[in-house]
Design a protein around this ligand. Sequence first.
Ligand code: GLA
Length: 389
Amino acid sequence: MIWEKVLEKFKELYGEGGDIGVYFAPGRVNMIGEHTDYNGGHVFPCALTIGTYGAARRRDDKKLRFFSMNFSHLGVIESSIEDLKPEKEAGWTNYPKGVIWAFGEKGMKAEHGMDLVLFGNIPNGSGLSSSASVEVLTGFILKDLFGFEVSNQDLALIGQYSENRFNGVNCGIMDQFAIAMGKEGHAIFLDTATLKYDYAPIRLENAKIVISCSNKKRGLGDSKYNERRSECESALAQIGEAIGINTLGDLTEEQFEKYKAAIGDEVLRKRAKHAVYENQRTIKAVEALKKNDVARFGELMNASHVSLRDDYEVTGVELDTLVEEAWKVDGVIGSRMTGAGFGGCTVSIVKDEAVDAFIDKVGAAYREKIGYAADFYVVEIGAGPVKLA
Ligand code: GLA
């Protein structure tokens, strides 16, 4: 079992004794509703059974000790709860540090330090939210070690707050929410304007969810993510004035077409078009799924990719190759990029009997065109954070 290895590592590094908790928080994949969460729109992500494992023990002093089995060459990184600031050299530890800091900002200051060992089986920087997984996991651990009274939804909001304020990435709520609120076998239909949500069962009779990882690394902070966000804000300022709305998610396609001329710049108009149409597509996709119309859901996934490629311009040759090659394979119901884009992964719904051919054909075409291999994962939809031991 993975968690036993994490516990073993913990004891080896920090010694036995005391109350050592072992925890897990998932990664997430978004089925549809991309770049809508900071535009007051809907998203439809699900938690995965892959994620981040952590072993932790409260300390008597103020010290923090961090170790990641994914970055073992960095060794144990030390810090203190009295000295929490983002540091480039601190690498991955900026995520747990950010969450400890954010708890303090929200009136839940930890009075003691802790020792922590993490291990993640989500490929890093792949767009499956390894960082949000670490954030939610850290919050879940703090709650357990220090007795803070927070709901899973609070953990999502605190995780996002830490990512925005401590790590400088202006992300929306989708990733942390999907992870903190995950439910086995279900995706979450979340209205990001109100945080109202519904669980929708994903019943893919005779089909699987396949994630294709481009292996093009991407850090949200250095991507064009923040730029897209401010483009949407500018577009909203212009069209919002014309029609009196608060978010792009308030608009139907018809309203957008009627008022789009209020957005003077063509690029900004395309960005806003994506935000509006993608939100409406997400609503339609969930309706289709409720009627068991997986084929329609797949068509909407494909349309989502086209919009992200042509109007939002967040795909790139790697993701486009994975998706366009996937569309050619018989038995592919739908395929699109997932997450922020600019690298990372695609998500496809593939009929059971076509999965092997999918991996062979898309893999070969990708290697041929891009020059290195993609990785493929047939994934299961998992639950939110848990304490394992
Ligand atoms: C990243 C962000 C999310 C969301 C997606 C795009 O994953 O963290 O908040 O904006 O990109 O849909």
